[in-house]
Each structure stands twice: as structure tokens, then as C-alpha cells.
Design a protein around this ligand. Structure first.
Ligand code: DHB
Ligand code: FE
Length: 280
């Protein structure tokens, strides 16, 4: 049985990657943000995962509005980082945990999920940025990845409960996998932000801070909230937070919140992270 060694929730703002590309890490604007991730990075170094399951959304870079899968799973040997317009990124491609991906998709279908299965696909900042935040800029990533895409950009997005259910299947898949890999689960997106419409620029720091504590200690209310509740509390793009529920559902009911960081604004978003471990 593979082992879930922890769960991570994190923002995935594109300008974080651009700040790193431009050497802005230690500028006055960015240093407090990046410094807050150092504890998470050290945790990851010590935890030594073999595989990272990364739950994220594409932002019109891989899928466009003509074709939007509600859930997609990567099955590729390798995933190239997409250039989103700021130029090619100086980060290596991501090797795929193809065997575990197949096992997971099999379990999903058995559980009446119908994912899009992707054997050739690139990954945008939704995956790139969390990987950089927790693994730095290595010559080669120390983990293989199992990417899961969730539609959070075009109505209708999946319900929070559906994301939770997918997390329970993810846990079953990992626990029924005959390998002995150490697996970290990374839910990405958020925190509160709205990039469009009448509330463009909306950030809700109070809701963000409550989320970082609540998603660890008592996720039930967040699982029961409607999609409209997410948009109201966190903004239309802040509804990306539903992807953390996939991670949280794969963990024990009781977890220890071992690291937490919040910074606002980063770009136009409340930004932050948590690291949780299963309680004994
Ligand atoms: C921004 C983009 C994102 O995908 C996100 O999750 C947060 C912020 C942005 O462009 O500011
Ligand atoms: Fe996003």
C-alpha cells in the first residue's frame, strides 16, 4: 500500500512564477509572501514524497472554452510546463506517475466518475507554481506527478460535495495501490479573488483566514456550502478553493495543521497555504 504522508493546500497565482523568473523573490513586495512558504518547503524536504498528486484547474491554457472537462486525469510519461505568455519557464518537465494514474482512473470509473483521460497534455501555473513553492527550482523534480484537473472556470463547476467524493476515491486508490510510494496530495487554487465583472478585485481576508483554520479542523461546513456560497464568500475565481476539498477528503477526519501562511494581496488575490498531517 502506498502511503499518504500529508496534504498541502496552496494558492497558484501566475505572478508568483513570474516573480521567481525575474529574480524578485527578495523584493519588499514579494519577500513576506515567499518567506511564509519556507516552513512548507522544509516540511516537504523532510517528508521525502515519491509522488505528488496535484489537484488544480486549467486557466484556458490547455483546455479552452470550446471544450471544458469537469474532471480530467493525466496519464502522460511527461508533462511540459506551458509558456503562458511571459516566455519559456526555466523549470524542468514533470515526470508522470503513469501506473498510479491508471489505477486511480480505474477506481474513479468503478465509483461512477467519468473523467477525461489525458495521455498527452501540458500543465499551466495551476500546477507549476505549487511545485515551485514547495520544491524550489531543482534540475529535475524529486517526485513524479499525478495531475487532476477540475473545471473551476466555466459554469457549471462541480459541487464541493463532488470534489469531496473524488478525494475519498483518491484515498482508496492510494491505499489499494500495491507499491510502497510516499504520496503527498496538493490541492491548489484561491484564496479569495475575482478577476472579472462588477466585483473585480474582490478579496475577503476574513473568509480566507477562517478557511485556512476551518478546512483543517472542521471541513464539514465547506463541503456543505453551495457553489454560489463559494462565489459569494471567495469571489468567482476564489471558488477554486473547492479543489482543496479533494485533498482534504483524502486525509483522515482528524488532521494536524502543521504549517499555515497567509498573505494578501499577492497580485489580485488572497494567497496562502497549509500543510496537514493525519492525526494519530
Ligand atoms: C490570478 C490567477 C489565478 O489563476 C489565481 O488562482 C489567482 C490569481 C491572477 O492572475 O491574479
Ligand atoms: Fe487560478
Amino acid at each position: 500500500m502506498a502511503k499518504i504522508i500529508g496534504g498541502v493546500g496552496t494558492s497558484h497565482v501566475p505572478s508568483i512564477g513570474v516573480a521567481l523568473d525575474k529574480g524578485l523573490r527578495d523584493t519588499a513586495d514579494w519577500k513576506p509572501f515567499f518567506d511564509g512558504y519556507e516552513a512548507g518547503k522544509a516540511w516537504m524536504r523532510d517528508a521525502k514524497p515519491d509522488i505528488a498528486v496535484v489537484i488544480f484547474n486549467d486557466h484556458g491554457n490547455t483546455f479552452f472554452l470550446d471544450k471544458v472537462p469537469t474532471f480530467a486525469v493525466g496519464m502522460a510519461e511527461s508533462y511540459q510546463p506551458i509558456d503562458e505568455g511571459w516566455g519559456p519557464r526555466a523549470i524542468p518537465p514533470f515526470a508522470g506517475a503513469v501506473d498510479l494514474s491508471w489505477h486511480f482512473v480505474d477506481k474513479l470509473v468503478e465509483s461512477h466518475f467519468d473523467p477525461l483521460v489525458c495521455r498527452e497534455i501540458e500543465v499551466d501555473h495551476g500546477l507549476q507554481v505549487p511545485m515551485e513553492l514547495f520544491f524550489g527550482r531543482p534540475d529535475a523534480w524529486p517526485v513524479r506527478i499525478l495531475p487532476i484537473w477540475v473545471n473551476t472556470i466555466q459554469y457549471p463547476i462541480p459541487t464541493p460535495q463532488r470534489c469531496w467524493d473524488m478525494g475519498t476515491v483518491l484515498r482508496q486508490a492510494i491505499e489499494s495501490w500495491p507499491g510502497d510510494e510516499r504520496v503527498v496530495i496538493m490541492g491548489t487554487g484561491g484564496l479569495s479573488h475575482q478577476l472579472q465583472g462588477a466585483r473585480a478585485g474582490f478579496i475577503n481576508q476574513q473568509a480566507d483566514r477562517a478557511w485556512l483554520e476551518g478546512i483543517a479542523a472542521n471541513p464539514e461546513p465547506y463541503r456543505n456550502m453551495s457553489r454560489q456560497d463559494y462565489v459569494e464568500q471567495f469571489g468567482s475565481e476564489g471558488a477554486e478553493l473547492i479543489m482543496w476539498l479533494v485533498m482534504r477528503a483524502a486525509m483522515n477526519q482528524d488532521v494536524n495543521l502543521v504549517h499555515k501562511h497567509y498573505h494578501a494581496p499577492a497580485s489580485m488575490t488572497g494567497a496562502g497555504m497549509i500543510v496537514v498531517e493525519n492525526a494519530a
